[in-house]
Design a protein. Sequence first.
Length: 111
Amino acid sequence: MIVRRDLRMGLGNIAIMVAHAAVLSAEKSRLTDFAVFTRWLESGQAKVILKVQSLEELVELRQTAEDLSLSVVSIHGIDPMQAIKSTWTCICIGPAKSILVDRVTSHLKLL
């Protein structure tokens, strides 16, 4: 999962966003590629939370993941800096083999 830090969300909001991302990504995988979902489920449901500093970075990473045919879920939330405007707050890539996800995320830092 990759979270935008430029929004300055509190830890509670981040927890909510990544929880939504994890659930939606798992459900998408269960419905679209049950074998991948089962391997992920049986291997401990690995999750890593990384950070980016802008919407542009998040969009670029999403496109890179999609170009590699990886499953991606985008989570929208209220931008606390813009009152009511909705924006992407995080994305979740996978479940997928870590070697594939690393091709997109290996340069990012942990949240």
